[in-house]
Design a protein around this ligand. Structure first.
Ligand code: DWN
Ligand code: SAH
Length: 392
């Protein structure tokens, strides 16, 4: 489903966003040209080129769902809502991209027959340790799971469908596993929120697509499926939950046409909105650099807070290195002691942050600001300032 003809912007050379690396690997670090395109037929915002999935999702994957308490709580609510609306005590549930098993474990604890797909071995192993039934592989239609084939009542996912380049193969997999009246539900960062916030850091190698309701509506309509409901979410800076069923099996919510009208008004279904977004990104880069240079001229010490995948885009696009940001603190053991992809800023522990308090903290996990501001009250009380390229 790639379409290179409508490339409208490039962010320049980008490394693998989650490849926090050791010094000895600097010399052979992988980069690709990160350009974005818009497919007007499907109203689909997408990367024009990207690394192979196995370059990103393997035994060294460095993102763990349980790194945010807020997200753990969100996934418990997600499982409660879906169980109540779509499941009974005999139901079977599949999760695509289950990572450390946080979400599928909530379904498992409720007694449903569960199966998770997770290609990144290190995180899949964490899910298996919880006693969960996990296939360490990319989701698709080629599995001999007799208990789940055409019998799965709910296939759910979060922050992973936009990571899957071959959408046709994904939908074949859904068709292969879903029961006749089963439901496929997924939540992904929302294009409209990214445009509003100018949060261009949602774009990185793993995020092949940035979906809107218009695009999801068109994509599934090409197959024997249809969008039957949508529900906006506040997670990850603004996401959308999509509910999909086989055609003519479920009542389509009236809210969909209202949202489609709104998206049309905002021109989210055409390349026009992308061209405005491009200008907004360029302005954001200019403003960010002006502010950071002013902090530096005033002799302020600057650190990064949370070594997110998103930070790789901001740092590389704006060309911000160790001369501006002293270090990035993070809670993930697998990132601490390593260096940021492309820009090679040291990643340190939260303990280091507490002992080496900066004047300014560039909040790279701006999407978790409530959770972080609550636990870092002292930073502000002691005179520290939060900064970000998006409005905080
Ligand atoms: O889609 C994706 C989302 C769900 O997760 C993946 N493609 C990759 C990843 O993106 P991200 O790294 O931008 O996600 P987060 O959740 O914004 O950031 C996670 C990072 O932030 C981890 O390294 C942990 C760190 N963090 C922290 O240091 N202190 C996070 C929180 C909440 C904190 O309090
Ligand atoms: N769902 C979790 C993890 C999101 S990160 C959450 O919201 O926190 C994306 C995850 O999807 C990674 O763990 C990655 O290994 C996995 N993934 C990537 N491509 C996949 C595919 N084709 N099938 C299944 N999982 C995939």
């Amino acid at each position: 489903m790639q379409n290179k003809s409508n490339i409208f912007m490039t962010f320049g050379k980008m490394p693998i966003a989650n490849n926090f690396i050791n010094k000895e690997n600097f010399k052979d670090e992988y980069f690709f040209e990160m350009s974005v395109a818009f497919d007007e037929k499907k109203s689909l915002f997408q990367l024009a080129n990207f690394p192979k999935p196995t370059q990103m999702f393997n035994e060294n994957y460095k993102f763990f769902t349980n790194s945010s308490k807020y997200m753990i709580n969100h996934f418990e609510n997600y499982s409660n809502e879906l169980s109540k609306e779509f499941l009974n005590n005999k139901s079977k549930v599949i999760e695509i991209g289950c990572n450390d098993g946080t979400l599928i474990n909530f379904f498992n604890s409720k007694g449903f027959d569960c199966l998770g797909f997770e290609p990144s071995k290190n995180v899949a192993d964490l899910a298996k340790k919880k006693g969960l039934n996990i296939i360490t592989d990319f989701f698709g239609p080629n599995f001999e799971e007799k208990n789940f084939k055409k019998q799965t009542n709910l296939i759910c996912a979060a922050n992973v469908i936009c990571h899957i380049p071959d959408l046709e193969n994904l939908i074949k997999g859904i068709d292969y596993f879903l029961s006749d009246d089963g439901i496929f539900v997924f939540e992904e960062p929302y294009l409209g929120s990214m445009f509003e916030k100018v949060s261009y850091d949602q774009i990185y190698d793993e995020h092949i697509f940035m979906f809107s309701i218009s695009s999801i509506n068109k994509i599934f309509d090409l197959f024997d499926f249809q969008l039957v409901d949508v529900l906006p979410q506040v997670t990850h800076g603004g996401s959308m939950r999509y509910v999909i069923g086989r055609k003519n099996k479920h009542k389509k919510s009236e809210i969909i046409s209202k949202y489609l009208d709104e998206e049309q008004k905002k021109k989210l279904d055409t390349i026009e909105s992308c061209l405005d977004f491009k200008k907004a990104c360029e302005l954001s880069k200019k403003m960010t650099l002006e502010k950071l240079n002013k902090f530096k001229a005033d002799n302020k010490k600057i650190c990064g807070y949370a070594a997110t995948a998103k930070s790789t885009t901001v740092l590389n696009y704006c060309d911000i290195g160790n001369d501006i940001i002293d270090y990035i603190c993070d809670t993930t053991n697998e990132k601490i002691g390593k260096f940021s992809p492309g820009t090679h800023i040291p990643i340190v522990s939260m303990n280091y942050f507490k002992k080496n308090i900066p004047d300014i903290a560039f909040l790279f996990a701006w999407n978790h600001k409530e959770e972080i501001f609550l636990k870092e009250k002292k930073f502000v009380e002691n005179g520290g300032t939060w900064f970000s390229h998006v409005a905080l």
